[in-house]
Design a binder for this molecule. Structure first.
Ligand SMILES: [Zn+2]
Ligand SMILES: [Zn+2]
Ligand SMILES: [Zn+2]
Length: 82
C-alpha cells in the first residue's frame, strides 16, 4: 500500500512531548489506528447525525431502545427482538 504523509497541528506542549518519543511516526500511527477502531460506526466520531441518518435512526428506534447497562453503566442499544 502506498504511504501518504499526514500532517497535523499540535500545540506547544504536545509537540514538546512528542519530541521525546523515539519513533514518532510509529507512535502516532498506533494512536490514530486505535482511536479509529473505537470511533462510533454511525457518525464516524462527528457526534451528530445528518437528516437522512436521523430518518434511519427513527426507524431503528421503533424497535430498539437506548439503555444503560447495569453492570458497566455504559449506554448501549437494546433490541426488542431478543
Ligand atoms: Zn456516533
Ligand atoms: Zn455492560
Ligand atoms: Zn434488532
Amino acid at each position: 500500500m502506498k504511504e501518504q504523509v499526514v500532517t497535523f497541528k499540535a500545540d506547544k506542549r504536545m509537540s514538546e512531548q512528542l519530541k521525546n518519543i523515539p519513533n514518532k511516526s510509529e507512535f502516532i500511527r498506533n494512536a490514530v489506528f486505535k482511536a479509529l477502531n473505537n470511533v462510533c460506526p454511525v457518525c464516524n466520531g462527528v457526534g451528530v447525525l445528518n437528516s437522512c441518518q436521523q430518518d434511519h435512526w427513527q426507524d431503528f428506534t421503533a424497535h430498539h431502545a437506548v439503555e444503560r447497562c447495569d453492570d458497566c453503566q455504559s449506554v448501549h442499544l437494546a433490541c426488542e427482538h431478543n
